[in-house]
Ligand binder design. Structure first.
Ligand code: NAI
Ligand code: MG
Length: 355
């Protein structure tokens, strides 16, 4: 809608983060320009380098400023594991997880799809197009546990999985709405034969939502069976809804079967719109290739498309996706493909497909 100005926060982060975000941002700007959508971009310096320079992981003040934006475009954060100056887990806990929990990113969205020319590790290179809707703020990841008698033969450790009716309902509602806009199929993945209490809550919640979405057909799969189907017959999936832990594992498997960390995009969504959602490539800061302009910016660009879609800029989002598809298809036709192209050259090529 013209007249609206979107106010974006950008967190380029560490390593290849700034390299891929630079491409995503100029491509997004071009798409928005041609749709006559005004946008402002505010860049935030955060991550391992920023911590080394300033001692800040994520201050309350920065968090409050981030809250004011319409959405956050995020690159990747994290130090080189060889860099012993950055304590292990510091950036994950005090920046990434803090962002997700503080901004109530209850839905972790991971599309898993193949693109023209992508080689999957699966026989016959099947076409894959499904999305995993993973719960993002509950389950065993809430830190509800403890240890006693640590280091003794009688050590006891617990990690309690937390599932609330509210938390499950909002992620299930989102998954059904997505299934309705897609191919109308939803799969609940859990392990309710063993995790009977949480499994029961998830199942009843899905049953109740199904009654309200008659156009969506749904089935249930144990998580172990889901790993088999994801490898043997991934085409059967449309929307998968699952808890935080199962979703963490399944989305990595999904990225592996679709063949390419350089293409995997994600969204961390605030379901109620009470704080900005965040969009980021699945990959990390890739210290092994950082600063060389050889990172693939496609996952960051596709994350930008998810951001546009989330903000209701549906047409701009699909224009952007189509440009990416067209360019990937063009590279697939060429003997060398995108090999040898710099990060910026890849961005330039996608940009040129916008017409
Ligand atoms: P990584 O995803 O950064 O790299 C894994 C491998 O994939 C590397 O060989 C890398 O060169 C390659 N790769 C990644 N993205 C690529 C791209 N766009 N184009 C071409 N090749 C690409 O994972 P790794 O090495 O385990 O972690 C490195 C750092 O990133 C760590 O500090 C880790 O904590 C952090 N990390 C941050 C994430 C985030 O910000 N959400 C997610 C995952 C890791
Ligand atoms: Mg993971």
């Amino acid at each position: 809608p013209s007249g609206t100005t979107f106010d974006f926060a950008v967190i380029p982060g560490d390593g290849i983060g700034p390299e891929v975000i630079a491409e995503a941002r100029r491509i997004l700007q071009a798409v928005l320009d041609s749709a006559s959508v005004e946008a402002t971009w505010t860049e935030y310096s955060l991550g391992a380098s920023h911590w080394k320079d300033t001692g800040e992981t994520l201050s309350e003040e920065t968090l409050e400023r981030l809250r004011g934006h319409d959405a956050i475009l995020f690159g990747a954060v994290g130090a080189d594991p060889q860099d012993t100056r950055v304590p292990s887990g510091l950036i994950e806990r005090e920046l990434l997880l803090k962002l997700r929990f503080s901004l109530d990113h209850s839905i972790n969205l991971r599309p898993a799809r193949t693109y023209p020319g992508t080689a999957t590790p699966l026989a016959g290179d099947p076409e894959i197009d499904f999305v995993v809707v993973r719960e993002g703020t509950e389950g065993p990841y809430v830190g509800n546990g403890g240890t006693i008698r640590r280091g003794t033969a009688h050590e006891l450790a617990t990690e309690v999985s937390l599932n609330t009716a509210h938390g499950v309902r909002r992620v299930v509602a989102d998954a059904f709405a997505r299934a309705e806009r897609r191919r109308g199929r939803l799969t609940l993945v859990h392990k309710h034969n063993v995790l009977t209490h949480a499994g029961d809550l998830w199942r009843r919640t899905v049953e109740a939502a199904a009654a309200e979405h008659p156009a969506v057909s749904w089935d249930y799969m144990h998580v172990d069976a889901a790993t088999i189907h994801m490898v043997q017959d991934p085409g059967r999936f449309d929307v998968i809804v699952t808890d935080n832990l199962f979703g963490d594992i399944l989305t990595d498997l999904a990225a592996a079967v679709t063949g390419g960390i350089g293409l995997a995009a994600s969204g961390s969504i605030n379901a109620e719109g009470t704080a900005p959602s965040m969009f980021e490539p699945v990959h990390g800061s890739a210290p092994d290739i950082a600063g060389q302009q050889i990172a693939d910016p496609t996952a960051a660009v596709l994350s930008g498309a998810l951001m546009l879609q989330h903000l209701g800029l549906t047409e701009a989002a699909s224009r952007l996706e189509q440009a990416v598809h067209a360019q990937l298809a063009a590279w697939a036709e060429e003997p060398e493909g995108s090999r040898g192209l710099s990060t910026a050259q890849r961005g330039e090529a996608i940009l040129s497909r916008l017409g």
